[in-house]
Design a protein around this ligand. Structure first.
Ligand SMILES: *Cc1c(COP(=O)(O)O)cnc(C)c1O
Length: 376
């Protein structure tokens, strides 16, 4: 028997009873999208994240897309302006930039820490640079103090892609509060995951909030609920809303997010303390940083061999991700560019099990297997 890397059935089991109870109310009341449960989730998420405003949307991709549209609307940027993105992020961070008619400019990560390198960022800034998207990869907040020094100096807006960092903090500040906008995917396997596609945007700027609320619903002004719509459209908006079913589950799971993040941290610390193999690079924890370990990502000499070996011994691992954006056919225009650290990460990464269905018995076995593996 091989233990699967994700087991969402197990993850969501504690919420099943209450979820079903609440869905009965949805069925009877007849409000399925952007209703009371969604508004409640927005309030709860703001409180959790210590962000003034939260705007529920359809998914993480849309959260980024709408944020870019906001900046186009308020004339921070226009067609063909440049947006800096991390070259080793998931492709969903970058695709919305193209969709919005802007130009993604790739910046390499730090070799230790694996998030956007402030030094490299500095080199890529020019007059056309209007926005930086920073991804807090694998649950670790990027080097925000250094990054913000640079963006402030050049008057560049910052969008944080927090899709892997719900509840992660740096110097006691939660992800999504460093830049101008925070974008969270709530895809089922994220640290906070819905029962379908969902996302949420955070901001501390009231004007941004107002525009984002409108953009997600065809550009309607002051859209609050379906019972009282004015059908007055002030923007050429989009359709990106959250379903009530997702909000029901998210409200229930949000209460346990801190506890569940802590459980992952303990497991990560167990790996960090006990894995001893010279051919494996372990993740680092930066000073004053509290990661939430969306993934426990190691870099290994021959990761495919290690993956096969662990699977043979009963444990599924995951490669996140096997191909970097600049080597995807979708970005064939980038194929001659050189991003050696990004290539290195994609060629060597392997994510070890850390989800709730793995107990310390499993972790001990995994550590023992790794420690005696000699890569021959
Ligand atoms: C999951 C993820 C996304 C995409 O979110 P969706 O909700 O699937 O659209 C974007 N960026 C990062 C870093 C992610 O991990």
């Amino acid at each position: 028997m091989i233990k699967k890397f994700y087991d969402l059935g197990h993850l969501n089991k504690p919420y099943k009873k209450n979820f079903i109870k609440n869905t009965k109310k949805i069925f009877d009341d007849g409000f399925y999208i952007s209703g009371d449960f969604v508004r409640k989730f927005e309030k709860n998420f703001s409180k959790f994240n210590k962000s003034k405003y939260s705007i529920a949307v359809g998914n993480g991709y849309d959260a980024i897309r709408l944020s870019l549209e906001l900046f186009k609307y308020i004339k921070v940027c226009k067609q063909n302006d440049e947006v800096i993105v991390p070259s080793n992020s998931y492709i969903a961070t970058i695709l919305p930039v193209n969709a919005a008619g802007l130009k993604p400019v790739f910046v390499e990560p730090e070799k230790k820490g694996l998030n956007l390198d402030p030094m490299e960022l500095k080199k890529k800034i020019n007059k056309k640079t209007k926005i930086v998207i920073v991804t807090h990869l694998y649950g670790h907040v990027a080097q925000m103090d250094e990054i913000l020094k640079i963006t402030k100096k050049h008057n560049i807006k910052v969008i944080e892609d927090c899709s892997q960092a719900h509840g992660a903090s740096y110097e006691n500040k939660y992800s999504g509060n460093f830049g101008d906008i925070g974008c969270f995917s709530l895809f089922p396997s994220k640290n906070l995951g819905a029962i379908g596609d969902a996302g949420i945007i955070t901001t501390n700027n009231k004007n941004y909030e107002k525009i984002l609320r409108s953009l997600r619903n065809y550009g309607e002004e002051n859209f609050t609920n379906y019972g009282d719509r004015k059908y007055k459209n002030i923007l050429k908006g989009f359709n990106s809303r959250m379903s009530e079913l997702d909000a029901v589950l998210l409200n229930l799971k949000l209460r346990d997010l801190k506890k569940n993040n802590l459980d992952k941290s303990k497991k990560a610390n167990f790996y960090l303390k006990n894995i001893k193999n010279k051919l494996i690079e372990l993740p680092i924890i930066k000073k004053n940083s509290r990661p939430v370990w969306h993934q426990f990502l190691i870099l290994a000499k021959d990761r495919n061999k290690l993956k096969k070996y662990l699977k043979h011994n009963g444990y599924e691992t995951k490669i996140v991700y096997p191909i970097p954006p600049h080597r995807q056919i979708a970005y064939k225009e980038m194929k001659d560019k050189n991003y050696p650290i990004t290539d290195y990460i994609h060629n060597k990464n392997l994510c070890l099990p850390i989800e709730s269905h793995f107990n310390y018995g499993d972790l001990k076995k995994i550590v023992n297997l790794i420690n005696k593996f000699d890569f021959k």
